[in-house]
Design a protein around this ligand. Structure first.
Ligand code: SF4
Length: 448
């Protein structure tokens, strides 16, 4: 008999995508049938994001749209909005049921799934990560290593929505990675809100040994197989010399660092509660780049640094925004993910006047994006002529194959006698560069 048809709609970050994969795994083994189209489903679960107002509005907007077009369906909410006390009334009026992502047992009861075969989830913040997921992509998989955040950046809702940091045991992460690799996975991305503060234990013959993020990376790097390791996201205060050395040493760990700076002005950083100065941030990037230049293995390999920046934080003056531009020019980021500040209820910054007008936020964002494009193009032009390993990911809507470099740059693969195979590594010569992508020609299957 066909199971209950359930559609999962995910909004937001990689962590939410990964959570939806665990949720799909949880529901599938209990008889739920996950369907890709909302129009086929009797139940729609929206896995929401609360980081920006626009994402929050989208979740409620979609629920109303589905309700109007499909009377009789049940609409369920989870994710970052599920624990928001200030939204309790609005959630109850819009959704049939809501649950925190770790409370999947409550969802099971709501759906009438009786036959519970899992050991019950005890620590709802982290135990659900143990559930066997239905991976969206087996070639490039997310492996969550923890959940929650202790940092309480003044603008951020995550510590309230997801709670304090909780980490998965290292053995569990290594087992999941090993299984993925044995099934042909080529790229493992370790994810958590702040991966580099990871602390857990590893069972050894001598007992339980402490493991930090560097040690976890080294253990994963030592697994046999042809695969790459990435991670996201990191906090500058937890990027230490040991982790820098590990990245420069470990062959499978990619030469890409995503290190959110959030602002380029010390006073703004202090008010954001980011716990570092711009000098410290720039120093970290210099040390990270130097470690690769001095690495025996990777000294000639390209590296990439990307970041997140917020424009229009409360009381951000023009000069302070100019300092952000100065940081971008000084570091020369490969890519910047910019966001216009929007106050999040319950956060420290939400009580400060949101006093940079929207038009000015948009203006600053435009200036920032133009600066980033100029820098990114110059960086990418230096790739032309190089031969680099590329992981082929798929075909775009123009039927062109594309892939990723180790530095996480998208590369369009131009005419090739034999079409490349998705999920395989090739060596490609870079023949052209744009701001945020490269074009290349395949030479041969990669040697790594
Ligand atoms: S480090 Fe700051 S911005 Fe990142 S999740 Fe934690 S509180 Fe939010």
């Amino acid at each position: 008999m066909a199971g209950k048809k359930i559609h999962l709609h995910t909004i937001g970050c990689q962590m939410n995508q990964s959570d939806s994969e665990r949720l799909a795994g949880f529901l599938s083994v209990r008889g739920g049938q996950i369907v890709s189209r909302a129009s086929e489903a009797r139940y729609i679960i929206v896995n929401t994001c609360g980081v920006r107002q626009s994402a929050e509005d989208r979740a409620f907007g979609l629920a109303h749209q589905w309700r109007d077009s499909r009377p009789g369906i049940k609409i369920i909410l989870t994710g970052c909005l599920a624990g928001r006390i200030d939204l309790r009334g609005k959630i109850a009026a819009t959704f049939d049921f809501s649950f925190k992502i770790g409370d999947m047992e409550k969802l099971a009861s709501f759906l009438g799934f009786k036959n519970i075969r899992f050991p019950r989830i005890k620590n709802t913040n982290v135990d659900y990560l143990r559930i066997n997921p239905c991976y969206h992509d087996q070639v490039r998989a997310f492996v969550p290593i923890g959940n929650g955040c202790n940092n309480f950046c003044s603008y951020c809702v995550v510590p309230y929505a997801r709670g304090q940091e909780n980490w998965r045991p290292a053995d569990e992460i290594i087992t999941e990675a090993r299984t993925l690799i044995s099934h042909g996975c080529r790229e493992i991305t370790l994810i958590a809100q702040n991966v580099n503060s990871y602390k857990s234990f590893l069972k050894t013959k001598k007992g339980r040994e402490p493991v930090d993020f560097s040690r976890l990376l080294r253990r994963l790097d030592s697994l046999p197989g042809n695969f790459w390791i990435r991670f996201a996201t990191s906090h500058p205060k937890d990027l230490d010399a040991k982790l820098i050395e590990t990245m420069a040493d470990c062959e499978k760990v990619c030469e890409h660092l995503h290190l959110p700076a959030q602002a380029g002005d010390d006073e703004i950083l202090r008010r954001m509660n980011r716990a570092y100065t711009i000098e410290h941030y720039k120093n970290l990037i210099s040390r990270w780049r130097a470690a690769f230049r001095h690495s025996r293995l990777k000294k000639d390999w390209p590296t990439a640094v990307t970041t997140d920046l917020i424009v229009g934080f409360p009381s951000e003056k023009r000069q302070q925004f100019t300092n952000t531009l100065k940081l971008v020019r000084a570091v020369k980021f490969d890519q910047v993910y910019s966001a216009r500040y929007s106050p999040r209820p319950g956060t420290a910054a939400s009580v400060w006047p949101d006093n940079v007008p929207m038009a000015e936020k948009k203006r600053r964002e435009k200036i920032l994006e133009a600066e980033v494009k100029k820098i990114a193009l110059a960086i990418n032009q230096a790739y032309v002529g190089k031969v680099l390993p590329v992981l082929v990911v798929g075909q775009n809507r123009h039927q062109e194959y594309y892939g990723l470099t180790r530095t996480n740059k998208k590369i369009i693969l131009l005419e090739s006698r034999c079409p490349p195979r998705s999920g395989e590594f090739y060596d490609a010569r870079i023949v052209a560069a744009r701001e945020f992508s490269l074009a290349g020609k395949i030479k041969k299957p990669a040697s790594n």
